[in-house]
Design a protein around this ligand. Sequence first.
Ligand code: HEM
Length: 137
Amino acid sequence: MVDVVGVFARWLHIASVVTLIGGMLYASMVMAGAAGALTKEAADTLMERAAARFRPLVWTAVIALTLSGSYNLITTPGHSSLYRMLIAVKLLLVLHVFAAALLAAKPKNPRRVRQMTGAFVSGLVIILISDYLRHIF
Ligand code: HEM
């Protein structure tokens, strides 16, 4: 019998990771550089509007990751101490990603690009740790 809730939780987790980490990677590595071709005023307006449109997606991804991640944790009890240590490291990095993403999506933020760069790099490390977690108990 297919575990429908488990499949949905995994889809929600992965779709939220793609939205949050992919969105910040694109904004900091692609959009911010491309906006450099505009005047400072036009570039600021573009980045402000992009942040305003990204904000609801960030909140949705943060809530969905917390719900689906908690579901994953609750439904797979009894892990080794290595697993528990790595998941603790992951959750600390998750706090950094959530805080930096929510700050970066705020209006009139001169540190936005740096915050998004730090957050997507932490996100890539989290994905590596999560990949490893799938292969241990
Ligand atoms: C930036 C935030 C996060 C990222 C980038 C992330 C990334 C991932 C990825 C890529 C997977 C592997 C998915 C799969 O192949 O099934 C995963 C699994 C998992 N995540 Fe997250 N996650 C995040 C937040 C969270 C949170 C907040 C929790 C807990 C409250 C959590 C708990 C878990 C658990 C328990 C697994 C299953 C690991 C296993 O296979 O044993 N994650 N995560």
